[in-house]
Write a protein that binds this ligand. Structure first.
Ligand code: PMV
Length: 309
């Protein structure tokens, strides 16, 4: 018997980085998925279609999740984990979180642990900490729960009822980066300007709550304005760069309501909202400059798992 789990990727709509310091952030699950198979084996091992060798540093967090769950739930850690990835790594689209969530979900299914999505997100944090240092937990939360959530550390995530689908445009710069390093940059700004930084945390919380309301109402034009403000603030704390600013400018020039970097920045992806009539030309305009660009429909369901013989 083997257990299979699929977890969605994600985009942070507003509030990245500030969420690490207590702000509300808004995130959506995206359709590209990570698929993980967990099956009993003579010894522990991980194979991935992206990294080779179960001792490769990228795969160590997977073993941490399995070890910790096996210890907590008195389960057998001798399993073979196979990962099939459809989400580019280092793109700010949550490939590591989706993988950890799918590992935790498949391990739970194989051992009939019956864990709910909140528990799965909690278990996957062991792997996320191993990769990112001190993450807020927003990535595993959205990959596990799916849909669209307002999140801040220490509060239960709030799921948004959209009442219909919405489209987002995602464009990948092709530049990878370390989330850990980017979190460190922002923490430096906080150290230098503590009181200014705390007003930004409060401001971003307000901005995320407004963005959630606009998204729920389908007011994409106003949502776009909020994205533009959020991008400017991320630039001010040092996590944008010339490429990302150029992509945002291009999206604006092609008629988007607004655009911003999404995730840790310094590379990774840009997220935009656009009038329906402009979406095609935005996607083709960015693609023509070599950026992997696609339109996604949200909401997308969270992690799911099943057993196969
Ligand atoms: O997973 P990434 O690289 O998209 O970034 C995660 C979002 C951050 O806010 C930068 C970090 C965090 O843990 O919340």
């Amino acid at each position: 018997m083997k257990a299979i789990a699929e977890a969605p990727s994600k985009a942070i709509i507003t509030g990245e980085h500030f969420v690490v310091h207590g702000a509300w952030a808004l995130a959506a699950a995206l359709p590209r998925k990570e698929r993980v198979t967990v099956e009993p084996s003579a010894r522990f091992g991980v194979v991935s279609d992206r990294f080779s060798g179960s001792r490769s540093p990228e795969l160590v967090p997977v073993s941490r999740v399995v070890e910790e769950m096996a210890r907590e739930f008195s389960a057998d850690p001798k399993v073979k984990v196979s990962i099939r990835s459809a989400v580019p790594g280092g793109a700010g689209l949550g490939s590591s979180a989706a993988t950890m969530v799918a590992v935790a979900s498949a391990f739970s299914r194989l051992n009939t642990l019956g864990l709910g999505v909140d528990e799965i997100a909690r278990c996957s944090m062991v792997g996320e900490r191993n990769i990112h240092g001190n993450p807020s937990g927003i990535d595993p939360a959205i990959c596990a729960l799916g849909g669209v959530i307002l999140f801040r550390p220490g509060s239960p995530p709030k799921k948004l009822a959209l009442g219909g689908s919405r489209s987002l445009i995602i464009s990948y710069s092709g530049m990878g980066r370390s989330t850990r390093g980017q979190i460190g940059r922002v923490s430096q700004t906080r150290k230098k300007f503590p009181s200014f930084f705390s007003t930004l945390v409060d401001g971003i919380s307000d901005l995320s709550r407004s963005a959630a309301d606009r998204l729920r109402e389908g007011d994409m034009e106003e949502l776009g304005r909020l994205l533009a403000v959020n991008h400017a603030i991320l630039g001010a704390v040092g996590v944008s760069n010339e490429t990302l600013d150029g992509m945002v400018d291009l999206m604006d020039a092609l008629g988007c309501y607004g655009a911003k970097l999404t995730g840790a920045g310094g590379g990774g992806s840009v997220l935009a909202v656009a009038p329906e009539a402009k979406e095609k030309s935005v996607v083709s305009g960015l693609s023509a400059r070599g950026f992997d660009t696609f339109k996604v429909e949200i909401p997308v369901e969270g992690v799911r798992s099943w057993l196969e013989r």
